[in-house]
Design a protein. Structure first.
Ligand SMILES: *[C@@H]1O[C@H](CO)[C@@H](O)[C@H](O)[C@H]1NC(C)=O
Ligand SMILES: *[C@@H]1O[C@H](CO)[C@@H](O)[C@H](O)[C@H]1NC(C)=O
Ligand SMILES: *[C@@H]1O[C@H](CO)[C@@H](O)[C@H](O)[C@H]1NC(C)=O
Ligand SMILES: *[C@@H]1O[C@H](CO)[C@@H](O)[C@H](O)[C@H]1NC(C)=O
Ligand SMILES: *[C@@H]1O[C@H](CO)[C@@H](O)[C@H](O)[C@H]1NC(C)=O
Ligand SMILES: *[C@@H]1O[C@H](CO)[C@@H](O)[C@H](O)[C@H]1NC(C)=O
Ligand SMILES: *[C@@H]1O[C@H](CO)[C@@H](O)[C@H](O)[C@H]1NC(C)=O
Ligand SMILES: *[C@@H]1O[C@H](CO)[C@@H](O)[C@H](O)[C@H]1NC(C)=O
Ligand SMILES: *[C@@H]1O[C@H](CO)[C@@H](O)[C@H](O)[C@H]1NC(C)=O
Ligand SMILES: *[C@@H]1O[C@H](CO)[C@@H](O)[C@H](O)[C@H]1NC(C)=O
Length: 438
């Protein structure tokens, strides 16, 4: 029975060890990232026969794919490993939609402004890193980011709450009456990054405007807390108080991009403000966690990915606003180690969990796309702080833009529709027909 004991001990040690990660060693970092990225890509639909390119298997949301590709792109920028560049590029181009605006017909009826922004920010990341340009007959990265920006400018709604973006794009979705920090924070960051990349003042003005509105309406507080959202039904009087990690991250990195582009003390102070608040609010002994759902173990399928984006945005902040690096680095390093240790579950022994501070890094039994995405972002964040500087149009970025991107004639598919779209009516009829027969 000795062999059995040995096997058991071997298995157990596999289970508790987690992924080995030495942050002083770039090979160790990249091999840890390979395990986590490969785990994430187990959920990638595009690699299955007949699966959709650029989508992850259900119940994954469409936006998560855009977020996942950004994780893979940043992994390449941080480590130089280009294994998934082709897969990333294919996914990015397959999901642009018929009008090249990240409103693909399959998902547009359930698409929120935040969902579209995740893809717009991915396109922006590609432009900023001089990622391989699409073939000339395809829309270019900068153009795609501008398409998202232009449409969101159009959707800025002064009818209620003195401005702001609604969460959802179409009025039939739950959430159309909600103006929240993820949609507005992502739009703010997109405007900031377009401003830095192009130098065009219009983008800076919009970033300023969205930020001012977020403060005025009470989504961003004086102490740099970022609250979730407000309802248009009461003209944004009451507030939904929940604080999510990534909402803070959107405003933090947006401020850092603006600081980097302008050197302004206003944006410097705001950057520090968001960093200090996030450090206080979202870390337990230097390890990131999601206070809104993690302690109660009620995070849903995509909420498990949110804290990864805070890590991503803190890495951008440390890079672009170097005065924050000393503060940020210990948080990201401790978090990356804890995330790797907690990737110790599943039959393969390297499946990532959700609670990284918990029980000294033992796997908490949870698994999924969100857990893999978060761990990938957390580990990438450390080398990403030292990745090559992000380009602008003026210093090496070669992506070309189009000021009119996204503003095609047929407004109905991207503007809030005022009637039930034909395909929805057809679906409704098809759905109810069998019941009528019975
Ligand atoms: C990594 O380097 C730091 C400082 O250079 C050192 O304090 C730390 O012990 C090193 N860690 C490992 C695992 O080698
Ligand atoms: C690059 O990443 C791939 C997939 O994650 C991995 O198989 C490969 O070993 C990595 N290459 C290097 C040089 O680390
Ligand atoms: C839309 O769905 C169809 C059918 O599932 C699929 O073939 C197509 O690739 C999808 N398009 C996108 C952009 O995901
Ligand atoms: C809604 O609130 C804004 C301030 O946020 C105010 O300017 C506006 O007058 C209010 N509108 C209504 C209809 O009460
Ligand atoms: C934002 O508010 C500041 C004052 O806090 C003001 O100087 C600036 O003009 C405002 N920006 C926009 C675009 O409204
Ligand atoms: C930035 O913060 C410093 C220190 O708190 C303060 O002295 C300064 O007035 C602030 N600057 C601006 C432009 O808000
Ligand atoms: C936590 O894990 C570390 C390294 O894996 C180990 O050195 C330490 O003793 C553990 N602490 C507890 C309380 O189990
Ligand atoms: C802007 O970011 C780059 C890194 O991308 C950094 O080297 C530079 O110092 C930053 N600029 C300012 C004003 O901090
Ligand atoms: C950016 O990419 C273009 C096209 O591939 C290339 O010509 C250019 O040299 C690259 N710029 C930098 C700074 O590497
Ligand atoms: C600046 O950006 C705005 C918004 O996209 C656009 O309307 C304007 O034409 C741009 N200006 C220049 C000089 O490109």
């Amino acid at each position: 029975m000795l062999w059995f004991k040995t096997l058991l001990i071997l298995l157990l040690s596999l289970l508790v060890q987690g992924i080995e990660l030495n942050l002083n060693n770039s090979e160790s970092i990249d091999s840890a990232l390979s395990l986590v990225a490969d785990g994430m890509l187990n959920y990638y639909a595009g690699k299955n026969y007949g699966g959709t390119i650029g989508m992850f298997v259900p119940p994954a949301y469409w936006w998560e794919a855009g977020a996942a590709f950004n994780g893979l792109l940043n992994r390449y920028l941080a480590t130089g490993n280009d294994t998934y560049n082709m897969l990333t590029m294919q996914g990015m181009l397959h999901q642009i939609g018929d009008n090249s605006d990240y409103m693909p017909a399959n998902y547009s009826t359930s698409e929120g402004n935040d969902d579209q922004a995740f893809w717009g920010l991915l396109a922006m990341s590609a432009a900023e890193s001089n990622f391989t340009n699409p073939p000339p007959d395809e829309p270019q990265w900068l153009e795609l980011a501008q398409a998202v920006f232009n449409q969101q400018v159009y959707r800025w709604d002064t009818g209620t709450c003195n401005g702001g973006l609604r969460w959802q794009i179409t009025q039939f979705n739950h959430g159309y009456t909600y103006k929240n920090s993820v949609s507005n924070g992502a739009f703010f960051q997109l405007a900031a990054r377009l401003g830095r990349y192009t130098g065009n003042q219009t983008f800076f003005e919009w970033a300023d405007k969205v930020y001012n509105w977020s403060v005025a309406v009470g989504l961003v507080l004086d102490d740099y807390s970022v609250l979730d959202g407000k309802s248009t039904k009461d003209n944004c009087s009451a507030i939904e108080l929940t604080q999510w990690t990534y909402n803070s991250g959107f405003y933090m990195a947006g401020s850092a991009f603006l600081y980097n582009a302008t050197g302004s003390e206003v944006w410097k102070n705001r950057t520090s403000g968001f960093v200090d608040k996030a450090a206080e609010m979202f870390f337990y002994e230097y390890i990131v966690y999601e206070p809104a759902c993690e302690v109660s173990a009620t995070c849903n399928y995509d909420q498990t990915s949110f804290k990864g984006f805070l890590c991503r945005f803190m890495a951008y902040t440390a890079m672009l606003a170097p005065f924050t690096r000393e503060t940020i680095e210990p948080y990201l390093k401790t978090t990356a180690r804890a995330a790797a240790t907690a990737c110790s579950g599943g039959y393969d022994g390297v499946t990532c969990g959700n609670q990284w501070w918990w029980n000294n890094g033992t796997w908490d039994g949870l698994y999924g796309l969100g857990e893999q995405m978060s761990a990938l972002e957390a580990i990438v964040a450390v080398p990403f702080m030292d990745a090559a500087p992000l380009y602008t149009h003026a210093n090496g970025g070669s992506s070309t833009g189009d000021n009119m991107a996204g503003l095609y004639d047929d407004e109905t598919s991207w503007a809030p529709p005022s009637y039930l779209p034909l395909n929805s009516i057809l679906l409704l009829v098809l759905f109810w027909m069998p019941m009528l027969v019975i």
